[in-house]
Design a protein around this ligand. Structure first.
Ligand SMILES: NC(=O)c1ccc[n+]([C@@H]2O[C@H](COP(=O)([O-])OP(=O)(O)OC[C@H]3O[C@@H](n4cnc5c(N)ncnc54)[C@H](OP(=O)(O)O)[C@@H]3O)[C@@H](O)[C@H]2O)c1
Length: 241
């Protein structure tokens, strides 16, 4: 597979390593820093584009790829207020687009297991839930977006819980999320279901950015020959078959 890499920052460089290790070829690299401030992206000869840049440039990059008939895999965050514009562009060009705000396969599998467990626990009132997330000390937001999504997954599947609360026991309808900050931890999330006699825990611990990069490369392999908008749900469902 020939890949047009758009954005050659921390993620772009990690994706390059993962893609090459899976036998793919980096056809082109577009990044204003890497290409001496050249603004146009280069995509000639590529089968798919992988885009990890900045919110302000994402939509323009997608547009250029769609016009050239190239499917796009993107993980750039912070542009989702333009989702309706993106949908129109995909329809207009009959394009292929894959988006995930978290490409880690492990985290996406954790979300699914979390929902199944919450559904089971709906009938087990002795168990109370709380979520713990640990991240590096430079992380500015708390709780993490992933912890909030995990809470939403439980709220959707369990009748007793309706919202989350940060670093606090809260009321019986609130899911406590405890956010810890420790040196150099890329991201750890644990869901605890605790009774007076035992405890069930499901945990995901990221060791590095490689998990995000691997998910993006798998998504690029998945997108060859596909048109329409896809997410990790489709990628994981396909892998389960
Ligand atoms: N979905 C996921 O799983 C996931 C995981 C990690 C990160 N992310 C997101 O991915 C994005 C990139 O993260 P990162 O850590 O790689 O950031 P980064 O290290 O800052 O890299 C972004 C790169 O894109 C370049 N760029 C800016 N505008 C561009 C354009 N128009 N065309 C091509 N390249 C352009 C930047 O160049 P300049 O520095 O010159 O502007 C920079 O080199 C962020 O939005 C981040 O939140 C998503």
């Amino acid at each position: 597979m020939n890949i047009a890499l758009i954005g050659y920052g921390k993620m772009g460089r990690t994706i390059e390593k993962v893609a090459v290790s899976r036998g793919h070829h980096i056809q082109s690299i577009s990044d204003p820093t890497f290409n001496d401030n050249q603004e146009n992206i280069s995509i000639n000869g590529a089968d798919v584009a992988i885009e990890f840049t900045k919110p302000a440039s994402a939509i323009m990059n997608y547009s250029a790829c769609f016009k050239a008939g190239l499917p796009v895999v993107s993980g750039t965050t912070g542009w989702l207020h333009n989702w309706s514009q993106l949908k129109e562009m995909v329809e207009l060009h009959n394009a292929g687009f894959f988006y995930a705000s978290n490409f880690s396969l492990g985290v996406n599998i954790l979300h699914k297991v979390n929902e199944v467990l919450a559904k089971i626990m709906n009938h087990q009132p002795d168990y109370k839930v709380h979520i713990e997330e640990i991240h590096h000390t430079e992380k500015e937001d708390a709780p993490s977006g992933t912890a909030i999504s995990l809470s939403h997954g439980i709220e959707n599947m369990h009748n007793s819980y309706h919202s989350w609360i940060l670093d606090n026991q809260g009321s019986i309808n609130e899911i406590p999320i405890y956010a810890k900050r420790e040196n150099k931890v890329p991201g750890t999330h644990t869901i605890h279901w605790k009774s007076d006699i035992d405890e069930i825990m499901i945990k995901h611990e990221a060791y590095s950015r490689a998990g995000f990069a691997t998910g993006a490369v798998l998504a690029a392999e998945f997108m060859i020959g596909r048109r329409g908008i896809f997410s990790m749900d489709e990628l994981l469902d396909m892998k389960q078959r």
